[in-house]
Design a protein around this ligand. Structure first.
Ligand code: UT7
Length: 360
């Protein structure tokens, strides 16, 4: 079986509470808490500096446009990238497992918005870990990315290809949103962070029991970011910028409804495949998309709330990083114990979703 023997996480030091966002856009702490459960989130130092300036700007839209055109304070190089966070989380997970990067046979890295259009942050991370021949498998599966990564790693290990694999979910999403009224639906939700886990093949009954993955590609337009990409020719243009098509877009209602539906289905599928009941699961760790989504799933399935681990209040939605961050925190808090059954589930862009059951 393939067992998680180390976990780690990293978040930027800059904390943005709902009050700062309320000074940038027409929103309020009450609205955000009531609709999402988020009180604060971590963002890159660049986003943080930008938000402080935006809060003071008399014409918010003009300021945001000027940042898109010229960067911040005449600078367009980032002071933090997604691979910085991936590296920190990876180093912590490796240390936690008592390993170094050289001990790992493969990296599986999931990230939605990369440092570069290519190569993917998985390759950049491999370089930052000084790995010169270890394969980096790179996934861009949005919020379900860590679960897809875990499944890929587990199956390759079951096949005997690798013995120790580092699985990472890392995001620096805060840098892509419009923090004025025009982008408020998404800007209040998403944030930055990274989480990592080391999987090791060991004899015995502990480890990943099964993974269940799905994608409904007919819905991809409901949660999409054109940024650069071949949906436009050329992939990046002044016109794309002027028409604001560089910004991500989301049909929040549709995402909400589909998320609740697919979370419930895939949790049921995962339990049935293993012949276990809801009451047998000691800890449910769901992607931290929106507290109301988690509550709707919990109520629909009748999961006792003390079996759910949630931290969305402090970190917002960190997409591919949210499950490994929550898993790491739950473990550190002693909420995931040897022998426990732990169920992970996630849903996001694509739409892609999945669930994994682990005997800890
Ligand atoms: O990992 C998956 C990623 N995505 C998600 O999980 C998103 C899932 N969806 C959601 O979380 C919710 O749909 C939102 C939190 C995005 C929105 O909540 P909602 O209860 O579905 O609100 P709504 O979209 O129906 O909008 C209600 C009102 C609208 O105003 P009008 O048209 O009624 O005047 C929105 O313009 O709330 C407005 N609104 C806001 N108001 C204050 C939207 N965003 C904000 C905001 N602050 N940040």
């Amino acid at each position: 079986m393939n067992r998680i023997v180390g976990t780690g996480m990293a978040v930027p030091p800059c904390v943005v509470d709902n009050h700062l966002l309320s000074r940038c856009m027409n929103t309020s702490d009450a609205w955000i808490v009531q609709r999402t459960g988020i009180r604060e989130r971590r963002v890159s130092p660049d986003t943080y500096r930008m938000l402080q300036r935006l809060a003071e700007a008399p014409d918010k839209a003009a300021f945001m446009k000027s940042v898109l055109a010229d960067g911040l304070d005449g600078k367009i190089d980032s002071s933090m990238t997604v691979s910085d966070l991936a590296l920190q989380a990876s180093e912590r997970a490796l240390e936690n497992a008592g390993l170094t990067a050289a001990d790992v046979d493969c990296l599986v890295v999931s990230s939605t918005v990369p440092d570069f259009a290519y190569p993917h942050p998985g390759c950049v991370l491999a370089g930052r870990l000084a790995l010169t021949a270890t394969p980096a498998i790179c996934l861009q599966q949005g919020c379900a990315g860590f679960l897809y990564g875990l499944a890929v790693a587990d199956q390759m290990m079951r096949g005997g290809m690798y013995r120790q694999v580092l699985v990472v979910g890392a995001e620096l999403l805060s840098t892509i949103f419009d923090y004025t009224d025009a982008g408020r639906d998404m800007a209040v939700l998403f944030a930055d962070g990274a989480g990592a886990a080391v999987l090791r093949n060991e004899p015995g009954p502990r480890g990943v029991l099964s993974s269940h993955l799905h994608t409904d590609g007919t819905t991809y337009e409901s949660l999409a970011g054109e940024l650069w990409g071949t949906s436009t020719y050329p992939p990046v243009s002044k016109r794309k910028f002027d028409e604001d098509r560089m910004r991500p877009r989301m049909n929040g209602r549709q995402v909400f409804v589909q998320a609740v539906r697919h979370f419930k289905e895939v949790v049921g599928e995962c339990l049935a495949a293993n012949g276990v009941g809801l009451g047998d699961v000691n800890r449910f760790i769901f992607h931290q998309a929106n507290m109301r989504i988690i509550e709707a799933v919990g109520e629909g399935l009748r999961i006792p709330s003390d079996r759910l681990y949630n931290n969305i209040e402090r970190y917002g939605n960190t997409a591919a990083a949210s499950v490994p961050i929550a898993l790491h925190e739950a473990r550190e808090a002693g909420l995931v114990k040897d022998g426990d059954l732990v169920l992970l589930a996630a849903f996001g862009t694509g739409f892609s979703w999945g669930a994994t059951l682990i005997r800890w």
